[in-house]
Design a binder for this molecule. Structure first.
Ligand code: AHM
Ligand code: MG
Length: 337
């Protein structure tokens, strides 16, 4: 269903937004062009994934004599090589790289810091289930020509100047925010453009879905178990029971939550006291999007966007979605319900 009153391409939309900011240098617009180019390249690889595997069956070498790489490594390389030479970025951090990704000295440095998960939903990559790319964008805090340092990447999420994701599903969708609402664009391969498909997304105040990995129930806290059991009980007001939806690609589960409402939760458990998802390039961008759509994102105690990351790959529990649902979940977690 198209939820817009006008037809407009992503490129045009970004350029028009820039016109609302007198004095804008055009650098963000240019950054977005480069990033969405990378997304198009990744979408192409995702669509051809099965074919590459067939060709590369023996020893992972395809008929061209090239090594067949895992799709998440391909996506990582696409983003790095699409972005490192553009003069827009000062440094990058990726789920796939242990250390910061510095800009090679032969290329100019820019003012932005890009954090990303090149292909989220690893367990779904080989089985044709929706996966995605998540990104967050900050301004560099260090100065000078020297390499950037960890402080550039370890900024709290509220300092993001943009965040978003691309979803490689039945169609390729690009969703982003610059702190002024959330808009979604669907890729039309016949014209080679992303076209506005949802304008000003607002998450319903309350949903009908809960999304969490119930295989982990035995590891959960009693409070979280109680909350999930509560959602499954029948209530007289007709709101419960909730339905379960869990794809196992965070980006896809959160896309549904953004549009339909409800709650997505990846809590801490007895084996993983900080949960599973990564604060810098998963939780923070998704939290900014959900908040911009009118929802909430917390680690069970504090707002995700206020957390000070200590290292690039640190994890955080994540509860996000409709305002009512996240508040109710928090009430269970802190024992007031
Ligand atoms: P990934 O970045 O390696 O793909 O891991 C993150 C993914 C999320 O997309 C998803 O929400 C979660 O891990 C699923 O984990 P689990 O399989 O434990 O339910
Ligand atoms: Mg991920």
């Amino acid at each position: 269903m198209i939820k817009v009153s006008r037809f407009i391409t992503l490129d045009n939309f970004i350029t028009k937004q820039e016109n609302f900011h007198p004095g804008a240098s055009g650098e963000f617009t240019s950054f977005m062009h480069d990033l969405t180019f990378a997304v198009r390249l990744i979408a192409r690889e995702v669509r051809r994934a099965g074919i590459n595997d067939i060709i590369g069956l023996t020893d992972e070498i395809n008929v061209h004599g090239e090594q067949v790489k895992k799709l998440d490594m391909i996506a990582n390389e696409i983003i790095i090589k699409s972005m490192n030479h553009t003069g827009k970025l000062a440094v990058m951090a990726s789920e796939e790289n242990e250390e910061l990704i510095q800009i090679p000295s032969k290329y100019p440095k820019g003012k932005y810091v890009l954090v990303f998960d090149p292909l989220d939903g690893s367990s779904n990559i080989d089985v044709n289930v929706t996966i995605g790319t998540i990104f967050g964008l900050y301004k560099r805090v260090s100065t000078g020509e020297a390499d950037c340092n960890a402080d550039d990447v370890l900024q709290p999420g509220y300092k993001q100047i943009a965040a978003g994701y691309a979803l490689y599903g039945s169609s390729t969708v690009f969703v982003y925010t610059t702190g002024n609402g959330v808009n979604a664009f669907t890729y039309d391969p016949t014209v080679g453009e992303f076209i506005l498909s949802y304008e000003g997304i607002t998450i319903p105040d309350r949903g009908k879905y809960y999304s969490t990995n119930e295989g982990n129930t035995y590891k959960w806290s009693p409070e979280f178990k109680k909350y999930i059991n509560y959602l499954k009980e029948k209530s007289y007001d007709g709101f419960r029971p909730y339905s379960a939806r869990y794809i196992g690609s965070g980006v896809a589960d959160i896309h549904r939550t953004l549009l339909y409402g409800g709650i997505f939760a990846y809590p801490a458990d007895i084996n993983n006291p900080k949960g599973k998802l990564r604060l810098v390039y998963e939780c923070n961008p998704l939290a900014m999007l959900v908040e911009q759509a009118g929802g909430l994102a917390t680690n069970g105690k504090d707002r995700i966007l206020d957390l000070q990351p200590e290292n690039i790959h640190e994890r955080s529990p994540l509860f996000l979605g409709s305002k009512y649902d996240v508040e109710e979940c928090m009430a269970f977690l802190n024992g007031t319900k």
